[in-house]
Every structure is written in structure tokens, then in C-alpha cells.
Ligand binder design. Structure first.
Ligand SMILES: Cc1ncc(C[n+]2csc(CCOP(=O)(O)OP(=O)(O)O)c2C)c(N)n1
Ligand SMILES: [Mg+2]
Length: 325
């Protein structure tokens, strides 16, 4: 089992870079959406970075992830190209999905990113399918299903627990519990516990502090190792916080005015990561500061590229309609 603080300097830097790029990417999307430059609907992952990165650090391109409507962080964590993502979010022709998907449908199958998904809970059966494929073909791959506390109430998710168990699939359910489904508190809407639900299907589970990259990394490592070794599915109940509203434009009247400032000041996974590695003398603050600056510049570069990129043409409407096998 890998404990996070035993990661090499190279791995720690890679983890921080991915988390910081997600944050700056989301901050840039927030700005651009507020300015009216982005079409459609956007849900930001800021505040939840340690989950996506803590899990995906254990994965490679043979592994698959199914994401949610809040999918930008999962994409970056799984290695999708940030510029291609930004072009997609701006609806540009050279976006990762030809500008036809936008924020809620970004996918890159070459990276095992099966797609963000506008249908809550719909990623779970897809992740089961990917896991069954990996098992049948003997690729050694695992499949991860990211989903929210709201999605955990969907029948498709519960049916997927059962399929994963009876087929002994190499997969991990990652319940990202940010306390809300839109404006509904999970303390009100979720009966029982995430762990108890998984255990009811014979699936082992762990609760994880999603503000702590090292806790997520360690728990995910154990679950993924079990899945790869033929030990079947597990569930991680990751408690985390979203810095923004449910969607961009959400007035958040259902949250106490002090809630987000408290979270940003005390429960920011990036700040907590910095404190841990600086205190342990693993990475100097100046190196982390340099990554922060590079990430801001990288996000700005992606926005600039997206604004300059061409839109799809009318003829593009007729492509990507059918898939040929
Ligand atoms: C099947 C379905 N039902 C309802 C919706 C509307 N909807 C979109 S996001 C959302 C809340 C999801 O909450 P959660 O799963 O906790 O994810 P979070 O937004 O907190 O990341 C709902 C109800 C939907 N998109 N699909
Ligand atoms: Mg939620």
C-alpha cells in the first residue's frame, strides 16, 4: 500500500501540478463564463481537486473513468489535453469532441476518459461496461466511476453496485460527496450511508477526507490494487467541498454566507497539500509558487487559444452522426 508522503519528488510535483492546473483552469472558465464568452452550462470542480487527482495518479491509458456533469477536473486528472478541453468548452471546431459536446460531454477515449455526462448517475453502468471489457480481454485495466452524492440515489448506480459485485469487476466507485445535489443537502436526501449501501451489496468501502490528497491517494491505491489483482469492486466515500455554486450563475441562497469563505480558508486541498509537503521538507515553497504561476499562464494560454480558434461549420453538423466499427 502506498502512503502519499512516500511519493517521490517527481510524483508529488506531478500531483500538485495537476491539482493546480485544474484549479486555474476552473478559475479561468469561471471568469470567461461570467463575461458571457462560454455557451451552455458549466459546473466547476474547484475545491474537489484532491479526489480526481488522488485517484487518477494510480491510472494509465488502459484504465477507464466515467465522469459527471462536473467533469473538467476528472478530464485533466486523467491526462486530457487542457487546450483541447478549453476549445471544447468554447464550442470550437478543434475541441476534444469537435466543439459538439461542450463542458458536459467532454471525452477522450484515447486517454480512457469515457466522458463527462449530463445524465446524473449514468456513468456507473458505463464504468461497469469498461470494467467488463478489461476483465474479458485481460488488459489488466481497471475502471473508475466518479459520481456525486445526488447520483448515489439513482437506481442505475445501485444496479451497478450489484453488477460489479456479481461479475467481480475490476472497478472502484468513487462517491464524491460535496454535501449537495444542486440545492438539496445530502444530509437530508441520502438514506443510510454510502459505505453501508456498498456493504449491502458485499462491496468493501472506505470513507476518505477529500480535502487531503494523501488520504485519497492512499485509499484509492489500495482499492485499485485490489481491483487489478482480481479482488473485485470497492467504494470510496470521499467527503469534499465545492468552492462555487452547483452551476455557474447559482446564487447559492441555500448555503450560509460564511460557508464558502470558511471552506476556502480552511479546507482548500491545494493549501493543505502545500502545508504538508513544505512541513515535511519535501518540496520548497518557491517550487510550488513557480507551479502556481505556470498554471495561471497555462490556463490563460488555453483561453487565448480557444478564443482564436474557429467555430464548427454548417457542414460539421453532418459528421460524427454514426460510428463505424
Ligand atoms: C437523471 C438526471 N436527473 C436529474 C438531473 C438534474 N441534475 C443535474 S446535476 C444534479 C445534482 C447532482 O448532484 P450530485 O450527484 O451530488 O453531483 P454534484 O453536482 O454535487 O457534483 C441534478 C439533480 C440530471 N441531469 N439527470
Ligand atoms: Mg453533490
Amino acid at each position: 500500500m502506498a502512503s502519499g508522503l512516500q511519493l517521490s519528488r517527481h510524483e508529488l510535483i506531478a500531483a500538485y501540478k495537476r491539482m493546480r492546473l485544474i484549479r486555474e483552469f476552473e478559475e479561468a472558465v469561471h471568469q470567461e463564463f461570467s463575461a458571457g464568452n462560454i455557451p451552455g452550462f458549466v459546473h466547476l470542480y474547484a475545491g474537489e481537486e484532491a479526489s480526481g487527482v488522488g485517484v487518477c495518479m494510480h491510472l494509465d491509458d488502459r484504465d477507464a473513468i466515467a465522469s459527471t456533469h462536473r467533469g473538467h477536473g476528472h478530464c485533466i486528472a486523467k491526462g486530457c489535453d487542457a487546450e483541447g478541453m478549453m476549445l471544447e468548452i468554447f464550442g470550437r471546431k478543434d475541441g476534444l469532441c469537435g466543439g459538439k459536446g461542450g463542458s458536459m460531454h467532454i471525452a477522450d477515449l484515447s486517454k480512457g476518459m469515457l466522458g463527462a455526462n449530463g445524465i446524473v448517475g449514468a456513468g456507473a453502468p458505463l464504468a461497469c461496461g469498461a470494467a467488463l471489457t478489461a476483465k474479458t480481454l485481460g488488459t489488466g485495466g481497471v475502471s473508475i466511476c466518479f459520481y456525486g452524492d445526488g447520483a448515489s440515489n439513482q437506481g442505475a448506480v445501485l444496479e451497478s453496485y450489484n453488477l460489479a459485485k456479481i461479475w467481480n469487476l475490476p472497478m472502484v466507485f468513487v462517491a464524491e460527496d460535496n454535501g449537495y445535489a444542486e440545492a438539496t443537502a445530502s444530509s437530508w436526501s441520502v438514506g443510510g450511508s454510502q459505505s453501508g449501501r456498498a456493504n449491502g451489496f458485499g462491496i468493501p468501502s472506505r470513507e476518505v477526507d477529500g480535502t487531503d490528497f494523501f488520504a485519497v491517494y492512499e485509499a484509492a491505491g489500495e482499492a485499485i490494487e485490489r481491483a487489478r489483482a482480481g479482488g473485485g469492486p470497492s467504494l470510496l466515500h470521499v467527503r469534499l467541498n465545492r468552492f462555487y455554486g452547483h452551476f455557474e450563475g447559482d446564487a447559492m441562497t441555500y448555503r450560509h454566507p460564511d460557508e464558502v469563505p470558511h471552506i476556502r480558508a480552511n479546507l482548500d486541498p491545494l493549501t493543505l497539500f502545500r502545508q504538508r509537503v513544505i512541513e515535511a521538507s519535501l518540496i520548497p515553497a518557491a517550487d510550488l509558487d513557480a507551479i502556481d504561476r505556470e498554471s495561471v499562464a497555462e490556463a490563460a494560454r488555453c483561453v487565448k487559444a480557444a478564443k482564436a480558434a474557429p467555430l464548427p461549420t454548417a457542414a460539421d453538423l453532418l459528421t460524427d452522426v454514426y460510428v463505424s466499427y
